[in-house]
Design a protein around this ligand. Structure first.
Ligand code: PMT
Length: 400
């Protein structure tokens, strides 16, 4: 509830991306903000006043000359009683009119009458975005203090692939929180690498060896870090989990792939290795191995690269490197030895004996080991472990 007490005036422009703004309203409400919405005439072609009103739990304002709206709120109060004005999607037309200082509808009138900070999340066709007229308008608005969030590159509704997609609701929310509650985002501006899930090591074109890691612990960590404002690069083995909001995810299969993806993500401020990386890889048979009489196949094993140890060394070593130690006996002593051997700063030891149900389960009990000693955390949900760890990472990075 980091935005409790904050009032957002959200102006919804007319673009296909307006549907994403419904998610933004939901996220803002979940964060404790009061959200009042102005739905432009063209915005109402894409989302209905009813859905905007239901999600914001407020009346929706549409008309400049509305007797009801004026009696209830009045456009001057609407623009003044806001800690932040957000325009999303900010269309080329809306930004052009705002840059000109027009006041020919409720949205532009409120923009002109407002003294609150302004945030624009543009969305449009890539050529429209790149057009010198649009760029000049955006530059003029930015010069006057407007903060521009996005646009992103990707598939556009018009079928083209270019810069012009509305920033994801989570990214807009993060920008809003950073603006209105900066202390709630202690990891803003920090880039953090997280590994999660198992790796798969092929034996032949149809078989592999792997382990039971579900990725839940690593994904929870990625989400907790992103919630504190970090830019998170998540390198994930094969798992069945949705990408946490606002996290950049790269999917990999083998330990070699994971190492390459981690290297590509450098430099980062911190790295957290929660993945259960296979220690060995097989010499892969080019064709499916065949049963031959009573003989068993001969598999030649090689050592896999150690990603945690690799990240802990070298010129691009992150300021903070954190590993996990999956142990089934003498948990703390083994984890301490692992920390020293691999050269990471902290290691979180967890007992992965089958009866503990840590692999694949929703709870975990960890011991945080650093150069000072051992701190034993109680049994917690993986989400709570992640939240605690993210707070610790934020404290450590702010101290450097
Ligand atoms: O995915 P879940 O179902 O949520 O389960 C969570 C978990 C049990 C997988 C997680 O909490 C955990 O313990 N992850 C580390 C698993 C592991 O491989 O531990 P390890 O003790 O074998 O390795 C020690 C550290 O070295 C780990 O940070 C590991 O990512 C890293 N490592 C290991 C081998 C290797 N070749 N490269 C590595 O980077």
């Amino acid at each position: 509830m980091v935005l409790t007490g904050k009032r957002i005036l959200l102006i919804i422009g007319g673009g296909i991306a307006a549907y994403k703004v419904l998610i933004l309203i939901r996220r803002l409400r979940d964060s404790g903000a009061t959200v009042r919405c102005i739905l432009t005439k063209s915005g109402a072609e894409f989302v209905t006043p009813l859905s905007v009103s239901a999600l914001s739990e407020q009346p929706v304002y549409q008309e400049l000359f509305s007797l009801t709206d004026e009696a209830e709120m009045g456009h001057i109060r609407l623009s003044r009683e806001a800690d932040l004005v957000v325009v999303a999607p900010a269309t080329a037309n809306l930004m052009a009119r705002a840059a000109q200082g027009l006041a020919d509808d409720l949205a532009t009138t409120c923009l002109l009458a407002s003294s609150a900070p302004l945030m624009l999340a543009p969305a449009m066709n890539g050529y429209m975005w790149a057009h010198p007229a649009t760029q000049a308008n955006v530059a003029q608005l930015a010069e006057r203090g407007a903060q521009i969030v996005g646009p992103d590159a990707g598939d556009l509704a018009c079928g083209e692939v270019s810069l012009g997609r509305l920033a994801e609701p989570e990214a807009i929310l993060a920008a809003i929180v950073e603006r209105l509650a900066p202390t709630a985002m202690p990891l803003a501006g920090k880039r953090i690498l997280v590994t999660a899930g198992p790796t798969r090591e092929a034996l032949d074109p149809v078989r592999y060896v792997s382990n039971h890691s579900s990725g839940k612990q690593g994904f929870a960590i990625a989400e907790a870090l992103a919630t504190l404002g970090a830019q998170v690069a998540l390198v994930a083995g094969p798992v069945n989990l949705a990408t946490p909001p606002g996290v950049d995810r790269v999917d990999i299969e083998s330990a070699d792939d994971m190492l390459a993806a981690c290297r590509a993500a450098l430099p980062v401020d911190a790295a957290i290795c929660a993945a259960a990386v296979a220690d060995w890889k097989a010499e892969i048979a080019p064709q499916k191995m065949k049963k031959s009489g009573d003989g068993l196949p001969v598999i030649t094993w090689q050592q896999n690269p150690d990603i945690l140890a690799t990240l802990s060394q070298g010129a691009q070593r992150p300021g903070l490197v954190v590993g996990f130690a999956a142990e089934t006996q003498t948990v703390i002593a083994h984890a301490q030895a692992k920390r020293a051997r691999k050269g990471c700063d902290w290691i979180l030891a967890n007992d992965v004996s089958a009866e503990r149900g840590v692999f694949g389960g929703d709870a975990n009990q960890v011991h945080l080991i650093d150069g000072e000693g051992v701190e034993t955390w109680p049994q917690l949900s993986k989400t709570e472990v992640a939240a605690r760890l993210a707070e610790r990472v934020a404290a450590a990075l702010s101290a450097t």
